[in-house]
Ligand binder design. Structure first.
Ligand SMILES: Cc1cc2nc3c(=O)[nH]c(=O)nc-3n(C[C@H](O)[C@H](O)[C@H](O)COP(=O)(O)OP(=O)(O)OC[C@H]3O[C@@H](n4cnc5c(N)ncnc54)[C@H](O)[C@@H]3O)c2cc1C
Length: 216
């Protein structure tokens, strides 16, 4: 299936023209970002927790300590809403009211399940690592059995999802275009700085290429 079926929950009511349901667009956003916000309501009390993730095919993986309240709650099969946001710019309009942002975002609904199969768990952890910093997994020590056991990996099927994208200049009221106020877009992007070495790093270990030239 190339397109997400719109549901009552994923139908955009505000500015539906900005909605996208094709997997290429949704997955493009998921593959560029690496932090999501996971919303759930244990005992009816909503909480939203930021966490890393990776997508593999039609699944989103999140992971963490077995002791995590978030992971323990989600593993129980509760409804979850996951959001991912990329901010591409600030949109400066001529009126305070019409200021906006250029953005690409995704909202996913569903229920996650624990990944019990050892091979899938390892593959998910590798995907998480590679999604955030490609090339790192091959150089580091693999998880020991006890570390694997202490780590929970959850898989969320990508079945009910929408993307919303805003691009372009400000949209001002017609009469405001004559105002002597600068208007336009300030592009924003995530940029890596110079790597800072661990004070305990032994002499002679060079900064790997993937850290020296980290890009998304
Ligand atoms: C950029 C980023 C990436 C992360 N990646 C991961 C990951 O891949 N795996 C992972 O397990 N965790 C990750 N975390 C940490 C995650 O946000 C949670 O703190 C952690 O998963 C514990 O969740 P919990 O539900 O057990 O928290 P609990 O400690 O049970 O939460 C109790 C209360 O603590 C506060 N709290 C918890 N987390 C945060 C937070 N991040 N910021 C502010 N207040 C908080 C809230 O008030 C919350 O209601 C990441 C956090 C950030 C910001």
């Amino acid at each position: 299936m190339m397109t997400f079926t719109q549901t009552e929950r994923t139908t955009l009511k505000r500015l539906p023209k900005r909605g996208h349901f094709d997997r290429e667009t949704v997955y493009g956003i998921l593959d560029e970002a690496f932090i999501c916000h996971v919303g759930f309501a244990p005992e009816g009390r909503p909480v939203v927790i930021p966490t890393g993730y990776a997508r593999v095919d039609d699944k989103l993986y999140i992971h963490g300590s077995q002791a995590s309240r978030m992971l323990r709650t989600l593993a129980g099969g509760v409804d979850v809403c996951v959001t991912v946001t990329i901010v591409d710019g600030l949109v400066l309009a001529r009126s305070a009211f019409h200021h906006s942002m250029t953005y690409r975002s995704v909202v996913i609904f569903g229920r996650a399940t624990p990944v019990e199969d050892r091979e899938e768990k390892l593959a998910a952890l590798l995907a998480l690592s590679e999604h955030i910093i490609r090339g790192r997994w091959a150089e580091v020590r693999e998880p020991a059995e006890q570390e694997l056991r202490a780590t929970t990996v959850l898989s969320l099927p990508l079945v009910e999802a929408s993307a919303k994208i805003r691009t372009g200049p400000p949209l001002d009221d017609e009469e405001d275009y004559a105002l002597p106020v600068w208007a336009g877009v300030i592009p924003l992007k995530l940029e890596a700085g110079e790597p800072i070495k661990d004070p305990r790093l032994p002499q002679g270990i060079q900064v790997p290429e993937y850290a020296r030239n980290y890009k998304r």
